[in-house]
Design a protein around this ligand. Structure first.
Ligand SMILES: [Ca+2]
Ligand SMILES: [Ca+2]
Ligand SMILES: [Ca+2]
Length: 223
């Protein structure tokens, strides 16, 4: 996945992307105030296989919304998807999400991009007042999304909506008791996550890294 590493024009102020990022951070801070059930970095690693399995099952959802079966979901198809899932985002919000997740800028959501997008929607969407256990009518997938949000909240020690390098080191040291090799692992993981190399990992960067760690980004392009 060489095309993934940073875009040169990502530093624009008040771009759709930074607006979305501000919303993400706000939603994450709100969620963080509820705490996390994650106790250690290892317990996140232990959940990888289950998360992987659940996300792979999501492939049929992807195929269902890829109406012309060209292996990517375009803006029009995404709009239909949101209608079907009764996600009441307006056109602008859908467009912003699309741009933010279409990381290789080929104007279509590939499978891993689509998963990241759905997970961001999960985070941004207010839980329905009555039926709080399903926001999007995809209960299994939402359980997995909740696990991912929970993991991020665990890493984000100061609850500012970003994971810093120190927080990553802290999380891994907590688990391993600060062995020297674990510091290197923490650094490596952090660098894998922080694509734009600004020293902070957003939830979006975390999710994309995650799809790579569990190998979801290899599932694409089967045609
Ligand atoms: Ca398509
Ligand atoms: Ca933080
Ligand atoms: Ca970053």
């Amino acid at each position: 996945m060489g095309g993934v590493v940073g875009r040169s024009n990502s530093i624009r102020r008040s771009s759709p992307e930074s607006k979305l990022e501000a919303k993400m951070v706000e939603a994450m801070q709100r969620r963080a105030s509820e705490g996390t059930s994650v106790k250690s970095f290892n317990s996140i690693i232990m959940k990888f296989p289950k998360i992987d399995e659940s996300l792979r099952k999501c492939k049929s959802i992807f195929e269902q919304f890829d109406e012309d079966s060209n292996g990517a979901i375009d803006q029009e198809e995404l709009k239909h998807c949101f209608q079907k899932l009764e996600i009441s985002f307006n056109e602008q919000e859908i467009g912003d999400l699309f741009l933010a997740c279409d990381i290789d800028e080929n104007m279509g959501m590939k499978f891993n991009e689509f998963i990241v997008l759905l997970c961001l929607v999960y985070l941004l969407k207010e839980p329905a007042a009555v039926q709080a256990n399903s926001r999007m009518g995809l209960p299994d997938l939402e359980t997995t999304f909740e696990t991912l949000v929970d993991a991020f909240v665990f890493l984000d020690k100061n609850k500012d909506g970003y994971v810093s390098k120190n927080e990553m080191v802290h999380a891994i040291n907590e688990t391993t008791g600060g062995e020297r090799s674990s510091g290197r692992i923490a650094m490596k993981r952090f660098e894998e996550m922080d694509w734009d190399k600004n020293g902070m990992v957003t939830f979006k960067e975390f999710l994309f890294a995650f799809t790579r760690w569990v190998g979801i980004d290899d599932v694409e392009d089967e045609e």
